[in-house]
Design a protein around this ligand. Structure first.
Ligand SMILES: Cc1ncc(COP(=O)(O)O)c(CNc2cccc(C(=O)O)c2)c1O
Length: 440
């Protein structure tokens, strides 16, 4: 018998990502509309968006310039292939994005998600070395607790065991750096932790097993979001850059979360003044309104492919929807909103207030660590021993009380749209404190 509850749909047909379906079906969380900082759920309740949807709605929901740009392009050019051809907005979007990426990362390859961006970056890195006489460079180095999406490439380089265990051997040629989380020395750090540069030096230690001449690239998130807001220690990214330069290894920054103002700058690469060779992005690129990902590559990498017969396809890779016209329209309109409302600068200016609000929870029950950078905070909660995890109870209760958070592992992640007001920041952290006070 089909379940035709509200919405008239057979709810049993939908298979959701990263979801405990039997738990979800007991008390579904359904969002039906959104505007600015708020969702509206199926019960008509306003829900303050404390995590920009999924780290992606940086300009706030259903912003008119973005909605209208999507409507216009969908009515003008609904789809155009970009295999051996293009359309005007593809050029314009690439140009606008390359103007935001670090100098020299001038070539933009479009895809449809952060996972596709990760796999694209990995393939470009390996193929680049092969095209330039170093085919032996096939290994990729990732980091423990790293998240680079769910493609077999990104999953192999990622370091979250619960995401990998069900999927067999994955790519063999991946090694991992240690993660940088060090609560014994860095608990309750504000901004970049002071201790931990030796976690970058660990790359040299990997060379005992993996000769550097066999390594194509190191891929890291400048800040780990999905694994629970792990902030890079002071000097860590710069040290990775130095070691990669010394050994001819490409450095890939996965900026799917850190891009487009999240840390109070265009990208982490700009904020920390460390320039990767390849950079992935997604999420905030279109304010979450249309799926899109992109990979920015250094000019020498792009030109490294431009060899051989003129009529040869230099990189046999790409997606049906690469540089989709409507996604490009959304991206251009989104970058206009970021620029015209100076949202990156706004995030930087608001970060100290946000930091104080996050660290005000230091004395709340069950809080064992607080981490923050830009407009991101991670509140680490002691696990508890009930069948339903404490963190899930906090997440679900907050939703029922009209605040949307993210939880991963034992961390509550807060990463609101960059248009958030101070009173809304206060409401998020006051809600968390109130719930922790009454959660066993
Ligand atoms: C650094 C990074 N790289 C790649 C991806 C994959 O992007 P797609 O999902 O678009 O394929 C991500 C995605 N990050 C992500 C996605 C969904 C949920 C959460 C969470 O923290 O709960 C995080 C990410 O954070």
């Amino acid at each position: 018998m089909q379940n035709t509850a509200s919405h008239g749909a057979n709810r049993g047909a939908l298979w959701l990502p990263f979801t405990a379906h039997r738990q979800f079906r007991q008390a579904p969380r359904v969002l039906v509309s959104a505007k600015g900082m708020y969702y509206k759920d199926a019960q008509g309740q306003d829900v303050l968006d404390g995590c920009a949807g999924l780290w992606c709605v940086n300009a706030g929901h259903t912003r008119t310039p973005i909605v209208e740009a999507i409507q216009r392009e969908a009515a003008k050019l609904d789809f155009a292939p970009t295999f051996q051809m293009a359309h005007p907005l593809a050029f314009e979007a690439a140009g606008r994005i390359s103007a935001l990426t670090p100098p020299g990362l001038d070539h933009i390859f479009f895809c449809n998600s952060g996972s596709e961006a990760a796999d694209t970056a990995l393939k470009i890195a390996i193929a680049y070395h092969r095209a330039n006489g170093q085919a032996e460079r096939s290994k990729i180095v990732g980091r423990e607790r790293g998240y680079h999406g769910v493609g077999l490439g990104g999953l192999s380089v990622g370091g979250i065991s619960s995401n990998r265990k069900q999927f067999g051997p994955l790519l063999a040629d991946a090694a991992h750096l240690p993660h940088t989380y060090d609560p014994s020395r860095n608990a309750f750090s504000r901004g970049l932790p002071k201790h931990g540069i030796e976690y970058a030096d660990a790359l040299e230690k990997l060379f005992v097993t993996h000769d550097p001449s066999t390594i194509a690239a190191v891929m890291v998130e400048p800040m780990s979001g999905s694994a629970g807001v792990l902030i890079p220690p002071v000097g860590y990214l710069k040290r990775l850059r130095e070691i990669c330069d010394k050994h001819g290894i490409l450095l890939i920054f996965d900026e799917v979360i850190t891009g487009f103002g999240r840390l109070g700058a265009s990208f982490a690469a700009e904020k920390y003044q460390v320039r990767p060779d390849i950079m992935t992005m997604a999420k905030g690129i279109t304010n979450g309104a249309i799926p899109m990902g992109a990979v920015a590559v250094k000019d020498t990498i792009f030109t490294g492919f431009m060899q051989g017969p003129e009529n040869a396809i230099e990189l046999p890779h790409g997606y049906t929807y690469s540089a989709h016209p409507v996604a490009c329209a959304a991206a251009i309109a989104t970058l206009n909103v970021y620029r015209d409302e100076r949202l990156f600068e706004r995030a930087a200016a608001l970060a100290p207030y946000f930091e104080d609000a996050a660290h005000s929870l230091r004395d709340a029950p069950h809080v064992v660590d607080i981490r923050n950078e830009g407009l991101v905070a991670g509140i680490e909660i002691a696990p508890g021993d009930g069948e339903v995890s404490r963190i899930y109870k906090v997440f679900d209760t907050a939703f029922r009380q009209g605040v949307l958070l993210r939880c991963s592992g034992n961390t509550l992640s807060i990463a609101p749209p960059l248009i958030i007001e101070k009173n809304e920041i206060d409401r998020i952290f006051e809600t968390i404190r109130r719930i922790l006070n009454t959660t066993s």
